[in-house]
Design a binder for this molecule. Structure first.
Ligand SMILES: [Zn+2]
Ligand SMILES: [Zn+2]
Length: 114
């Protein structure tokens, strides 16, 4: 009985966002307004997508990290921290040009200047 009422109320509250396209758009906007819109490769200006993935894996130059756990994740959602082993990657490679840059160098502090 109560469950039915709650379901109805929730349905009324969230009817607007129940549309799949709307949900997708909202997620994308959040992503853009959050952090990723001001992230770009310092070399080629490529911007990572939400679906972009980096590997936590053994790495020679420039990270010299040899305890990679094999996780694939979007490193810009965690500021370079592997969600599995909590290792913080100081360097981030560009998936487009292959260049390595300090993780913080990917963030554009002043939105207006390029
Ligand atoms: Zn890891
Ligand atoms: Zn690049």
């Amino acid at each position: 009985m109560y469950e039915v009422i709650i379901d109805t109320l929730l349905g009324m509250l969230f009817r607007k966002s129940s549309n799949r396209d709307e949900e997708f758009t909202a997620k994308k906007e959040k992503f853009v307004n959050g952090k990723l819109s001001i992230i770009r490769c310092p070399f080629c200006k490529w911007s990572p997508k939400e679906s972009s993935r980096w590997d936590c894996w053994d790495c020679d130059y420039p990270e010299y990290f040899y305890a990679g756990c094999g996780t694939q994740w979007n490193t810009f959602e965690t500021q370079g921290v592997c969600p599995t082993c909590s290792y913080k990657w100081k360097w981030t490679s560009c998936l487009q040009c292959g260049g390595w840059a300090k993780h913080e160098d990917w963030y554009v502090s002043d939105y207006g200047t390029e």
